[in-house]
Design a protein around this ligand. Structure first.
Ligand SMILES: Cc1cc2nc3c(=O)[nH]c(=O)nc-3n(C[C@H](O)[C@H](O)[C@H](O)COP(=O)(O)O)c2cc1C
Length: 189
């Protein structure tokens, strides 16, 4: 039996009742046995990117976040769409790590998922995130794609547990494909 892969999950929303956070919490139960999914340290305390701050050294929340990404075999990003694109805080965190000599995203396998209130399910955010992460040489899983639209209908109103079977099936399929993709990229068979 092959060793389990360590996969990091990153959420693009900071809100307590976040649907993306709820999906992130559901990932371990939907993952195949060959992958272990752990949440990343929060990017909430990463300051706005400023080269003058960088000149004095990378802030601790940036290095903590980057170290966790570096240590993982792959990353799943679960994020909302803000104004048709990537939430500013998440993009800011990626901008910080992109200035590191050993950019943690370089060569890292990444899969994307999004929950949104509208019909498109965060598709525009995913295309922008795919573009941005490609610029830092992350290796992006192309499909299956995971777009959770009308997200309030897919989670329990009180507990935020993921209840929609079609969404669970879609996420399972992606995680199975992601395991194969990461094993190919990392050579961990
Ligand atoms: C600043 C802001 C901008 C938003 N822009 C979009 C958008 O462009 N497309 C969309 O589908 N939803 C948009 N929404 C709605 C989010 O999809 C919805 O609030 C979602 O639940 C946020 O994710 P979360 O539940 O994980 O916090 C926006 C919400 C906020 C707060």
């Amino acid at each position: 039996m092959a060793d389990a892969l360590n996969i990091l999950s990153i959420c693009g929303s900071l809100r307590k009742a976040s649907f993306n956070g709820a999906l992130q919490r559901a990932l371990p139960s939907l993952a195949p046995p060959g992958i272990k999914i752990m949440p990343a340290p929060s990017w909430a305390d990463i300051p706005m990117y400023n080269a003058d701050i960088q000149a004095g050294g990378f802030p601790a929340p940036v290095t903590t976040w980057a170290d966790a990404i570096r240590a993982a075999d792959g990353v799943v990003i679960v994020s909302p769409e803000y104004n048709w694109t990537i939430p500013g805080g998440l993009k800011n965190a990626i901008d910080w790590t992109s200035r590191m000599k050993d950019d943690p995203f370089k060569g890292k396998s990444v899969a994307l998922q999004s929950c949104a209130g509208c019909l498109l399910g965060g598709a525009r955010m995913q295309y922008h995130l795919r573009q941005s992460l490609t610029s830092v040489e992350a290796v992006m899983l192309i499909r299956p794609e995971v777009f959770v639209n009308f997200s309030a209908r897919k989670f329990d109103e009180k507990t935020l547990e993921l209840t929609d079977q079609a969404t669970k099936d879609m996420v399972k399929l992606q995680l199975e494909a992601f395991e194969k993709f990461v094993r190919k990229q990392t050579g961990k068979n």
